[in-house]
Design a protein around this ligand. Structure first.
Ligand code: GLY
Ligand code: MN
Ligand code: MN
Length: 463
């Protein structure tokens, strides 16, 4: 945990920005895996962690915006619990660690909330993303589950997005640690890759590195020689000579700050010329995107600039044709990169996505596009100093998508479908992803950059 002043300051900032009523932040509960006592690895809610810091199940925090008082609700552990879990702090002791004065047992939370409701006070809650939280909240307020969403507060969402978007020095230190773990994970994967090894041997080793550093993966690992499938979680293939292995993975620190990097390497240890040609286009798009990152630039514009680099490169190779600006405007490049350039990262790998992607990545000035590809861009608005972002361009050859576009003549003026299908159907996919901090004047890669040039990758694989 951070020092308690960090949490006190964050709650004070919330109180400064939001007025009227009370904020309820429900911590997460344990979730059963295959029977009640066999649970998934516990993951605390990220906004609860941000303001209340306690990585413990079955807690709730209240911030009373009118009186300024703060409460931690939770049950003291019984001797029965302690026999199985070892000595546990009391709720009062947990609250003291984060500078909260008032504590109550959890069974008092319902009365507290119903009182507030009877007095017509605003109860601000965040969107629910777990079924048990909806049930818990509905039971507390004695409402039907279908009414729980009526309490979701857009004001609270926007206030928290404002606060959590800008990372403080302590958060940047944590994310830097997560990136250092990511460095080890990726260089290990590079060194292990070779024909004949199974994807799952590498995936398991990489996941073990995250665990060995006291955290866990920040999302299920994507590691595949079929990298054209964007979120490929199947790891049962034996790596084949001539294929590319795409690894998209990151770690959480023990405090749950994330990293998220992607590297794509040749299974044989050496890129073919054809692989190099595509790889270097993606690398150029990534480097160009990073070079454009600075405060007050719209991330959508950076996305489109990286699309321009992809389009130019693909046109030079004869896979695309026509005028680059027109192709990008029409979204023709999205057949090769049907996703956005990147997203915010912090306590969540897609930071705050549970609060609503459009509140995080868009605003009244920047609305989400409905165009295929661009519609998947999670962050379109202007970026600011202290934001942590990913840049993750890619080029993928997705046979079903190419055939569909060809059959329907989608962007036929800009794509040489026959060449793509004949020569690249079994190419796979390449994505390169870095984690970047927006600084006062530009940006900075967080931590040491994972080997990324053709030479760096080949040298790492050799070593
Ligand atoms: N976890 C997939 C990505 O955003 O990179
Ligand atoms: Mn990723
Ligand atoms: Mn990412």
């Amino acid at each position: 945990m951070f020092k308690k002043d960090v949490y006190i300051e964050r709650r004070n900032r919330l109180k400064d920005k939001l007025k009227g009523g009370l904020v309820l932040l429900l911590g997460n509960n344990e979730a059963a895996f295959n029977y009640p006592d066999n649970t998934y690895h516990f993951r605390q809610d990220s906004s609860f962690l941000y303001f209340f810091g306690l990585d413990v199940p079955n807690l709730a925090g209240i911030i009373d915006l009118d009186s300024g008082k703060e409460y931690l609700f939770g049950n003291d552990f019984s001797i029965g619990d302690i026999i199985w879990m070892g000595p546990q702090p009391k709720i009062k002791e947990l609250a003291a660690e984060i500078g909260v004065e008032n504590t109550e047992q959890l069974d008092q939370l319902g009365n507290y909330l119903k009182n507030a409701k009877n007095q017509n006070r605003n109860i601000h809650v965040l969107p629910f993303y777990r079924g048990d939280s909806v049930i818990q909240f509905s039971n507390l307020l004695e409402i039907h589950q279908s009414e729980a969403n009526d309490y979701v507060s857009v004001e609270l969402i926007k206030t928290i997005v404002d606060l959590r978007s800008v990372k403080d020095q302590y958060e940047i230190e944590e994310i830097t640690k997560a990136c250092a773990i990511g460095y080890k994970m990726h260089t290990t994967a590079m060194k292990m890759a070779k024909p004949g090894i199974y994807e799952q041997e590498i995936a398991g080793t990489v996941e073990g590195i995250a665990l060995a550093h006291g955290g866990m993966l920040s999302f299920p690992i994507i590691l595949s020689q079929n990298g054209e499938t964007l979120h490929n979680h199947y790891h049962g293939n034996m790596l084949q000579e001539g294929k590319l292995m795409l690894t998209d993975t990151g770690s959480e620190t023990s405090m749950h700050y994330a990293s998220d990097h992607t590297r794509t390497v040749p299974v044989s240890g050496k890129f073919t010329q054809k692989q190099k040609d595509i790889y270097n286009i993606v690398l150029a798009a990534n480097n160009h995107a990073i070079s454009l990152i600075k405060p007050n630039v719209a991330y959508r514009d950076i996305h489109l600039e990286s699309a321009r680099i992809l389009t130019e490169g693909l046109t030079k190779l004869g896979l695309m044709k026509g005028n680059t600006e027109d192709a990008v405007r029409e979204g023709a490049h999205a057949m090769f990169m049907p996703h956005g350039l990147g997203h915010m990262m912090g306590l969540d790998v897609h930071d705050m996505e549970n609060l609503g992607e459009d509140y995080v990545g868009y605003n009244s000035e920047f609305k989400r596009s409905t165009q295929f590809g661009l519609s998947g861009l999670r962050l379109g608005r202007k970026i600011q100093e202290g934001f942590v972002l990913t840049t993750e361009p890619g080029i993928y050859f997705i046979p079903d998508l190419i055939k569909k576009w060809k059959a329907e003549k989608i962007n036929a003026d800009f794509i040489n479908f026959d060449k793509v299908l004949e020569e690249y159907s079994d190419f796979g996919g390449i994505r390169l992803e870095d984690d970047v901090l927006v600084t006062e004047t530009g940006s900075q890669n967080i931590g040491k950059r994972i080997p990324i040039t053709v030479e760096e990758v080949e040298d790492t694989m050799k070593s």
